[in-house]
Write a protein that binds this ligand. Sequence first.
Ligand code: ES4
Ligand code: ZN
Length: 327
Amino acid sequence: SALRGLLARMPKAELHIHIEGSLEPELIFALAERNGVTLPYAGVEALRAAYAFTDLQSFLDIYYAGASVLLQEQDFYDMAWAYFEKAAQDHVVHAELFFDPQTHTARGVSVGTVIQGLSRACTDAQQRLGVSASLILCFLRHLSEDDALSTLEDALPWRDHFIGVGLDSSERGHPPSKFARVFARCGELGLHRVAHAGEEGPPAYVEEALDLLHVERIDHGVRSIESPALMQRLARERVPLTVCPLSNVKLCVVPDLTAHPLPQLLTAGLAVTINSDDPAYFGGYLNDNFLALFAAQPQWGAREAYELARNSLAASFAPPQQRAVWQ
Ligand code: ES4
Ligand code: ZN
């Protein structure tokens, strides 16, 4: 239909993608072979069959196992390049990629190896695909704040290769307050700040991320729907939410897309965006998320499509001269 064509072809930004979550099973096994890594799955089909998640933790266990095949700089480049080819097909004009250095440094891979491989792919995405791309370093919240601080320290020689920091992994029991000092340091360094909050955690974690970490965007934030006071604040302050519809269904945050709170968040005046989160694990890239959500909202049309695309470009950290090209 015309609407499907519009959704697929309109220019959009992707602001919530874990690049390790873009590793398709075929590439996982190809890199395992290249690096001599043995996986606890017989093959591509057996791995895909294990993608039946009941909550965030059941996903993270498999996601960290998949990332274990990444060892060389070229591995990080190849992973990101495969994503950029998908992004270009989806008419993504700008992407901000999350990466998890601690997942790799724990296996003896240096932060420099990770960042140099990803950064080279970002440069090539701009030059060969016309996709502007930047990196956001994420701290794993199930680890300590001291671990996050030393990860930041280790990454500082590559300070110019990432634009900001985020907070991801297991949310429950690991509130934003745990990372107040490291986020304050990141603020002093002029880094943008975002955090996952209100995915599985309560609305109070969204408030902590805003008040204690001083984040500029909230990743997920869907449980804000439970607090009218927080909803009013997010609308008034136009705090962008990077919402991931297919992720929320796969991780049982919502029962199905017809029950997803995104339409209510949008109607309440929040700066909502649509994103893919971990597309290789959750059943689709950015356009798949748009198409699936719009299929569950038959009353939606071009107005909502443009609003969501415009929100994504407006909520990006792209510099003013870049944004001028989109207007
Ligand atoms: C993630 Cl869906 C999600 N939530 C929290 N942390 C993550 N890391 C990768 N995907
Ligand atoms: Zn995420």
